[in-house]
Design a protein around this ligand. Structure first.
Ligand code: GDP
Ligand code: IMO
Ligand code: MG
Length: 422
């Protein structure tokens, strides 16, 4: 069984927790897009791990964890993450793999990301990790890939070529001194030596696994509305975050995918700029942010919070082909008098039941809500669907009805045990 897991909103839905739980049942866990703009949290007992590049299944001994060709890799961050694992006594030596074809985030990508962001009138609120500029170079056909680090001559030519153009841009456009070839060359060749044991043709590896009837879990990063095509452009990331991206980012063909799990919060959050119709007003937003501990796992920025938006979630079901839903952070809604679900938008007297193609509508529309009774704080964590408060059950059943997809998992806390399987 080959499963894709995607975020259905604007990221941070709790994908890391679900990946960790599902990892027990599969043989391979694979990241296929994005880079260290992602922050996937896994809580085991008192310990919290935040993974930016390494698949969230790595804590399970014996599971093979791959970074696919579609991911952009900051080698310094990858090295740091591998060292952290080693320091925590987690052995990955024979089960961590990274694609020869994955593109590398170079120091100039990070600076360019930050310099461009500073100059933009309409800021995106990027993570500043160099994601956009790295993907731009990939598409521009001047990117540097993992395999290049194993070929010093080729790497030298590519880096020289890049710096020739980029240093001029840095100096002339941004009044920045530019970058030294020698420093980057030496540093990155060093990474090449360290990563050599893990670099391989992951597409071949994964397709062999498919032939051998192994189970693969494809770990999405970000969320559907950060997708470069279908998201709230230009307030998006630079990769294909929808389920379709998993084939491009791994080399596994679409006919091998058996199931697509959509992860969404029982409410909505967003980090960075861009339209967010159901966003709470400031005061309530702060209360919910503190309750849900909604601060970015990568940048620490406060996340914007709002009610569940069934319009975007329905669009997400369509774009991803979601076959099962995991609803996360239900516990954060405990103790509210009422809860609301946005079922349509109203703009200039017109009702939009579907996701509007025109983003000015999304930016200016007023959400139309279905209001439901809330439920009290739970003294004990519910362990089954039946143990949930009747109003919480009614809320979940309403989400299920609106989205037309079965909820198979409800999360009521960050720990592994705080999970209800249906
Ligand atoms: P991801 O990027 O989708 O993996 O999500 P993040 O890790 O960035 O953010 C999710 C946060 O919510 C993390 O801090 C998780 O530990 C936490 N979390 C996950 N599920 C639950 C839940 O059901 N309840 C609560 N209260 N926290 C949760
Ligand atoms: P996970 O995988 C939430 C957002 C940034 C910004 C926009 C573009 O943890 O869910 P980028 O640095 O990618 O060019 O920034 O995308 N963003 C995320 N928001 N969760 C993420 O990842 C995100 N990765 C990027 O805040 O608005
Ligand atoms: Mg996150």
């Amino acid at each position: 069984m080959n499963i894709v897991l995607v975020g259905m909103q604007w990221g941070d839905e709790g994908k890391g927790k679900v990946i960790d739980i599902l990892s027990r049942k599969v043989d391979y866990i694979v990241r296929y897009q994005g880079g260290n703009n992602a922050g996937h949290t896994v809580v085991v007992g008192k310990q919290q791990y935040i993974f930016h590049l390494i698949p969230s299944g790595i804590l399970h001994p014996g599971k093979i964890c791959c970074i696919g060709n579609g991911v952009v890799i900051d080698p310094g961050v990858l090295l740091g993450e591998l060292n952290d694992l080693r320091n925590n006594g987690i052995d990955f030596s024979r089960r961590f793999k990274v694609s020869t074809l994955a593109h590398l985030i170079m120091p100039y990508h990070k600076n360019l990301d930050q310099l461009r962001e500073r100059r933009r009138k309409n800021k995106i609120g990027t993570t500043g990790r160099g994601i956009g500029p790295c993907y731009a170079d990939k598409i521009n056909r001047c990117g540097i890939r993992m395999i290049d680090l194993l070929n010093p001559g080729l790497f030298k030519d590519k880096l020289k070529d890049n710096l020739k153009e980029k240093n001029e841009i840095f100096k002339k456009v941004y009044q920045h001194p530019g970058f030294s070839f020698q420093k980057i060359y030496a540093e990155y060749l060093g990474y090449g030596k360290l990563f050599a044991p893990y670099i391989c043709n992951t597409a071949a590896l994964l397709n062999k696994a498919v032939r051998d009837k192994k189970d693969i879990l494809l770990e999405g990063a970000q969320g559907t509305f950060l997708d470069i095509d279908f998201g709230t452009y230009p307030f998006v990331t630079s990769s294909s975050t929808i389920s379709g991206g998993s084939c491009i980012g791994t080399g596994i063909s679409p006919d091998k995918i058996n199931k697509i799990i959509g992860v969404c919060k029982a409410y909505t959050t967003r980090v960075g700029e861009g339209p967010f119709p159901t966003e709470f007003a400031a005061e309530f937003g702060k209360i919910m942010r503190d309750k849900g501990n909604e601060f970015g796992a990568t940048t620490g920025r406060p996340r914007r919070c709002g009610w569940f938006d069934a319009v975007i979630a329905k669009e997400s079901v369509m774009l991803n082909g979601i076959s099962e839903l995991a609803i996360m952070k239900m516990d954060v809604l405990d103790g509210l008098d009422k809860v609301k679900i946005c079922t349509s938008y109203k703009y200039k007297g017109k009702i939009f039941r579907e996701f509007p193609g025109d983003l000015t509508v999304l930016s200016k529309a007023a959400p139309v809500y279905k209001q439901m009774p809330g439920w009290p704080n739970q003294r004990n964590k519910p362990r089954s669907f039946k143990q949930l408060h009747p109003n919480a059950r009614a809320y979940l059943l309403e989400l299920q009805k609106l989205l037309g997809v079965k909820i198979t998992m409800v999360s009521v806390g960050s720990a592994r045990k705080d999970t209800i399987f249906i």
